[in-house]
Design a protein around this ligand. Structure first.
Ligand code: NI
Length: 180
């Protein structure tokens, strides 16, 4: 059987979530195993996107699947060294959340359509245009590779409020872990 492992998702604030991730130099067996773990962890959470830094791996890769309808065929995607090569002037606002910032949501405005280029798990260069939720998700995940969280797009006061809630949550989680 495949050796997929659920990884622990880091909770903000954490210096690893603020770091710039390194480019990936070779697409090999280890990287494919990491991608499998990330998809497993994302679906389990559940979430629609997960970037490698969120599990403490500072490499430029993220996974996403924005198919949310019950019973629909999943569309798992793995993007290695992704970059935006074109973005629409038209913008879209989504109520965003993040697995590293549980239960907090806020509206973020981003380009409505983006064309991205990345390397796939076969080492091939791929280009695709994303719109709707896929475009928002792809940009949110790409942000993670540059140490940017969705709350960094908010006004400072709102960002500080959410960060304080997360600090409190982390203290509670640490206490629970200590008390078993
Ligand atoms: Ni996120």
């Amino acid at each position: 059987m495949g050796g997929m492992t659920l990884r622990k998702i880091l909770i903000h604030p954490d210096p690893r979530l603020k770091a710039t991730a390194d480019p990936i130099v070779s697409v090999d067996k280890d990287l494919r195993a990491l991608a499998d773990d990330m998809l497993e962890t994302m679906y389990d959470a559940p979430g629609i996107g997960l970037a490698a830094p969120q599990i403490g791996v500072l490499q430029r890769m993220f996974v996403m699947d924005c198919v949310k309808e019950e019973g629909a065929t999943p569309e798992p995607m793995v993007l290695i060294n992704p970059e935006i090569i074109a973005a629409s002037e038209a913008r879209n606002i989504y109520d965003e959340g993040c697995l590293s910032i549980p239960d907090q949501y806020a509206e973020v405005e981003r380009p409505a359509v983006v064309k991205m280029q990345w390397t796939d798990l076969d080492g091939k260069i791929v280009q695709e245009e994303f719109d709707g939720l896929w475009a928002t998700c792809a940009q949110h995940e790409l942000d993670h590779l540059n140490g940017t969280l969705f709350i960094d797009h908010l006004k400072p006061l709102k960002r500080q409020m959410i960060t304080r809630k997360m600090q409190k949550l982390k203290r509670e989680l640490a206490r629970e872990a200590k008390n078993g």
